[in-house]
Write a protein that binds this ligand. Sequence first.
Ligand code: PMP
Length: 432
Amino acid sequence: RSAQLLARQEQRESNARVYPRHFPFAIAEASGSHIRDLDGNVFIDFLSGAGVLSLGHNHPEVVAAATEQMGILTHGLDMPTPAKDAFTDAQLSMLPAGMRDRMKIQFCGPTGANAVEAALKLCKTATGRSDVVSFQGGFHGSSHAAMALTGNVSQKRAITGGVPGVHFFPFSSCSRCPLALDPETCQTNCVSFLERALRDPNGGLTLPAAVIMEMVQGEGGVIPARKEFVQRVRALTRELGIPLIVDEVQTGCGRTGSWFAFEQYDIEPDVIIASKALSGMGLPVAIVLYDEKLDVWKPGAHTGTFRGNQLAFAAGAKAVEIVRRDDVLGNVRARGEQIGARLAGLATHPGVLEVRGKGLMWGIELTAPGDGRTVTELAEDVQARALRSGLIVELGGRDDCVVRMLPPLNVTAEVVDIALSILLHAIEGAYV
Ligand code: PMP
């Protein structure tokens, strides 16, 4: 039945483009960490709708909250409503105590990219400046400016030249150090490119309106920034009065073991972008949290029809309640350690360059097997083998050479164990 539906899709592909060419099945239904296809095959879902299903598919309490809201009010533009109020309180309550009082919240159009655009506009308005600094390997969305901030050139070929004033600097990506330095002794030299460019009158940069970064590059291949790198970027931007935007679209809402990943870097950004997992069940919603000192927007300066999704608000407030009550962040850390321990042996595997992860965001970077196959072919083979054995994982990073895992944050130890057995078996099978 999956094949029939795929064939139908195929025949009218010019009308309905299908994204998941690596997942040749049609979804019938899902629950928790599992998806069932139309033929009754069950898969462990370690992609979680690209990180949005933080509490798994159809969490009964989150579904109940959204269902109840459905009978009350579904869309409320940007007007105050009880659902929006509860959602706002829930989001602000998850900020570190020292930031809560001075952060404001802006509701944006429904996707992460919309929030990226809003954050840029806010910083440009507040500073009166126009350039933006982004990092190599980063990903910020598929709208025009968000795409221009993205490090992967192949993804933005069509818009190159469209957004002036974006400058890229090296990220602390140690396994591919741009200076080929030893990460143990290098003292995070990569950040000195940015420091020099901003401080040196011959550095070529005028003061930018913002620096935008991910704490863990997700689409870029699950690359956690080094702490010292992030702290130096924060110190530099603070000294020069440049707003620091942290894009927590993928890392936020508990994914890395703290509500926001920046908390683990002991920094306080000026602007935080969140979206994906905010509703806990995949309903579209996006916000920008920003320091009140940037609050120069006149009323009506940033509009958008879909800023008032009451179902997402009701679900999101409930999701925060569950995350607290069930110590979901504790589970993220424990399951993250479980994954790290189980994958430790891969460090010496000839087909594996590096295993990286934080909380429940993991990536295994593969290397070309040396038998004529490219690293992309090897990674696709690993993904296909895992799928045939019932595990959904995604690829990302340079040449799609990183096998990525984003399980639900409430995944059980048992499911993690089964999933990793499948994955390790898939890597062995593909490498031989
Ligand atoms: N920023 C980051 C870090 C992301 O990972 C993504 C989506 N993968 C986006 C922004 C864009 O979000 P959306 O697809 O909802 O526009």
